[in-house]
Design a protein around this ligand. Structure first.
Ligand SMILES: Cc1cc2ncn([C@H]3O[C@H](COP(=O)(O)O)[C@@H](O)[C@H]3O)c2cc1C
Ligand SMILES: O=C(O)c1cccnc1
Length: 358
């Protein structure tokens, strides 16, 4: 494994370290400028909020549009997909096959990312295979093979959670060092909508019936079984899940815990993130618990069909930009929203002020 020391997350317990917000002064300046543009007040709708958010995160008004957008896809397998389980419509072997597809640049998100000039880096945190034949750096941060089956056992040990949090922080630091001005977190892992929904349910204390979705497209019978499995996991863990690190150990996975570390580190480094679907929102839910204030550095790229994603965006006060019925993951909904961030930034910088006309 690569050296996973990180400046913030391995210095003892990362719990409840508040994150400083984007610049309040720039936010106020950007809000005034948006209102002064040559248009009726509010006429650019949510692009106005997006322009203000982007400016405040960049600390300058107006800010250049994102030029170095970098997506990281965290891959892992999940104990809940053991043979005989019906939580996913697809077998576990698809995870490793898709990692190869990301490396080859032929996954769904790869196509969108090429179109929008976004880099994509795939990393194996917990795939249940040795990815022989792929570049060694793909598995440089591997924590273990497949996380535990959360209805029966913990997903990870506490040591593995800390390793994964630190790995995620280092991965974010690497992307920032490569010049990222906007980050995207993608996911690949058959069965991952199950731990993601469980983490979201445990974060806000709601029952499995409110968070369980069809993921890759399971039928009614499988949906009943998946809901029961998630409820069994929540019941097994009980009050322990109130603590975000324990929650990750009990209900998460190596890839999800690394996503949490990535989000906390990005916010601590004052780099904004476009969130994607239910997996990114589960990571966001736990990250905000670990380091309150992170949410100010995020925008929601899209609304997924997964109920847990919708619940988490609502609870975090994020309004998704796109609503295309996407249910792919991989970071696809966030990458699809990148042109909106660019448009918002350009409107703020290139439109005339109403007072300059006539
Ligand atoms: C070919 C294929 C490509 C994918 N890309 C993302 N996912 C997404 O679907 C899976 C989550 O849904 P569930 O919990 O129902 O298994 C994850 O692999 C997620 O990344 C895919 C799934 C498949 C089958
Ligand atoms: O919400 C998502 O991103 C999602 C939904 C279904 C399957 N995989 C991901």
């Amino acid at each position: 494994m690569a050296d996973i020391r990180s400046p913030d997350l391995d210095r003892g317990d990362p719990r409840r370290q508040p994150v400083a917000p984007p610049s309040a002064a720039i936010k106020a300046e950007a809000s005034s400028r948006v209102s002064a543009l040559a248009k009726p007040l509010g006429a650019l709708g949510r692009l106005e909020d997006l322009a203000v958010w982007w400016s405040a995160c960049r600390g300058v008004c107006p800010a250049d549009p994102p030029a170095n957008v970098r997506a990281v896809v965290l891959a892992g397998d999940h104990g809940v997909t053991a043979s005989g389980s019906s939580v996913s419509a697809y077998p576990r072997e698809v995870t490793a096959a898709m990692v190869c597809a990301f490396v080859a640049g032929v996954a769904g998100v790869s196509v969108l990312a090429r179109q929008h000039g976004v880099s994509v880096r795939v990393l194996d945190l917990g795939v249940d295979a040795d990815l022989d034949g792929l570049p060694a750096e793909v598995s440089a941060y591997k924590i273990r093979r497949s996380s535990g089956a959360i209805d029966r056992e913990d997903a990870l040990s506490l040591t593995e959670v800390q390793q994964a949090l630190a790995a995620g922080a280092v991965i974010a630091a690497e992307e920032i060092a490569a010049g990222a001005d906007l980050l995207i977190l993608g996911d690949m892992g058959i069965g991952n909508t199950t731990p993601a929904a469980a983490l979201i349910a445990a974060t806000w204390g709601v029952p499995a019936t409110e968070v369980t979705g069809r993921g890759t497209g399971i039928d009614d019978q499988a949906l009943v079984a998946k809901t029961a499995l998630i409820q069994a996991a929540l019941d097994r863990v009980g009050a322990r899940a109130a603590d975000p690190v324990q929650r990750l150990a009990a209900l998460g996975s190596a890839d999800l815990a690394a996503g949490v570390g990535f989000l906390v580190a990005a916010a601590q480094s004052r780099v904004p993130v476009l969130l994607d679907g239910v997996i990114a929102l589960a990571e966001a839910a736990v990250a905000e618990d670990l380091a309150p204030g992170c949410v100010a550095w995020w925008a929601a790229g899209h609304r997924s069909t997964e109920p847990a994603q919708q619940l988490a965006t609502d609870k975090l006060g994020l309004v998704p930009l796109l609503d295309l019925g996407l249910r792919l993951g991989e970071g696809s909904g966030a990458v699809a929203a990148v042109p909106l961030v660019r448009s918002a930034a350009l409107l703020l910088s290139q439109m005339a002020l109403l007072s300059d006309l006539a």
